[in-house]
Design a protein around this ligand. Structure first.
Ligand SMILES: Nc1ncnc2c1ncn2[C@@H]1O[C@H](COP(=O)(O)OP(=O)(O)OP(=O)(O)O)[C@@H](O)[C@H]1O
Length: 378
């Protein structure tokens, strides 16, 4: 079933929660919507399940606008962010509650509860009450309740928030398996970009009520079409510097390098992923690589890799380095950073749209790209 948001706007007083948001969700995909807190994820979902109506715009299921249909008439299952289980009811009763309200017959309710409990491995919990469950088990029950509906689209609003990492990882795997089993479309919101990258087949980056980029997760990570997508997706955060193109050179933060052919002079934003900043890597192997003296200000050792924060000519630089063949540098030590200019991303300083290297983007094209990334496809 195809799901399309078309120019959807939702305002609360002075707050523009959704700002003409457009998004095509691929049928039967596992689509993750990732964005910072307050970017509009929950509001978008409340509109989709019918708890609220948009001020303008359309929500289309298989080409039909459902934005004013009653929630019960929408083939959409919902796992909300804040779930509450009724303390005096058993897990089975908690799960069954929405179906009981919708006056399903008992046999059908029992069949669905058993099936969904089986899929989520909570059959042994069905007779327990919520106070006998761990945090992870409660979350699993809440997910099960949302999946009980006979729906073709399931909406999960940050359902793993607050769980410890191991449990989250396991539940993430299970949710992906569930999508396959139910053969439905899953739309999943998270403000954790690592979780987004781990889970997503399709990734939509939301920022201030708009989709800034939508595509395969790999592409969004490696080819961000907008500086906000680079900034919001990935850990550690990307390096971003405002700078200028002048006399055929880009100067931004600690980086100075030849401007791509035909790049127009003026303001520019420059982005660099931490894994593309090499520390004491020896003589550069690529011609034109930048060699920058820097001082280590902080090292976070994550076991297999280290995140190293540096000062480079008065600018902060973050590097991520694997630790398999070298230990991390010492605090306050002087090091040399190597950066291959081919890994540096350029963005229009005004619109934030990506400027492809070697292919300067005139203003009109940049604006068009921005509209596209804020538009249906991204
Ligand atoms: N009922 C409401 N009344 C007023 N403002 C609201 C209401 N619901 C949401 N907002 C505002 O709309 C914006 C988007 O909120 P939303 O809850 O969708 O963010 P979110 O991306 O889900 O954030 P989080 O990750 O923290 O859940 C926020 O500025 C929020 O304060």
């Amino acid at each position: 079933m195809s799901l399309v948001f078309k120019d959807v706007t939702r305002r609360y007083g002075d707050t523009l929660a959704l700002d003409g948001l457009s998004l095509d969700v691929a049928p039967k995909s596992f689509t993750v919507i990732s964005g910072p807190p307050k970017s509009g994820k929950s509001v978008l979902f409340r509109l989709l399940v019918g708890l609220e109506n948009p001020d303008s715009g359309q929500i289309m299921l298989d080409g039909r606008d459902i934005s004013s249909d009653a929630p019960a008439d929408r083939p959409v299952g919902f796992v909300p962010q804040n779930f509450a289980l009724y303390p005096h009811q058993t897990v089975a009763q908690n799960m069954a509650y929405p179906l009981t309200l919708a006056r399903f017959d008992r046999a059908e309710i029992a069949r669905r509860v058993d099936r969904t409990a089986g899929i989520l491995s909570i059959t042994h919990l069905l007779k327990k009450t919520p106070d006998q469950l761990s945090g992870g088990e409660k979350q699993r029950v809440a997910v099960a309740r949302g999946l009980l509906k006979d729906a073709s689209i399931f909406v999960l609003d940050d359902p793993l928030v607050g769980l410890d990492y191991k449990l989250r990882e396991r539940l993430m795997d299970e949710l992906k398996g569930l999508r396959d089993e139910l053969d439905a479309t899953f739309v999943y919101a998270t403000s954790d970009s690592l979780e987004a990258l781990t889970m997503a087949q399709h990734l939509a980056v939301i920022d201030r009520g708009r989709i800034v980029q939508h595509g395969e997760a790999d592409i969004v990570y490696h080819q961000p079409s907008h500086d906000r997508a680079l900034d919001l997706i990935g850990f550690p955060n990307a390096n971003l510097y405002d700078g200028m193109i002048e006399g055929g050179r880009v100067v931004a933060g600690p980086l100075t390098f030849s401007a791509p052919a035909g790049a127009r002079p003026g303001r520019i934003r420059v982005g660099l992923r931490p894994e593309h900043v090499l520390i004491d890597a020896g003589a550069p192997t690529t011609s034109g690589a930048l060699a920058l003296p820097a001082t280590v200000t902080l090292v976070e050792n994550l076991g297999g890799e280290a995140v190293v924060y540096l000062d480079c000519a008065g600018h902060s630089v973050t590097a991520a380095m694997p630790l398999y063949d070298a230990p991390p540098p010492k605090m306050h030590s002087a090091v040399t950073l190597t950066v291959d200019p081919a890994t540096i991303l350029l963005f229009d300083a005004g619109t934030g749209a990506r400027v492809r290297s070697g292919e300067p983007m005139p203003l009109a094209a940049a604006q068009e790209a921005l509209q596209r990334s804020f538009g249906t496809h991204g």
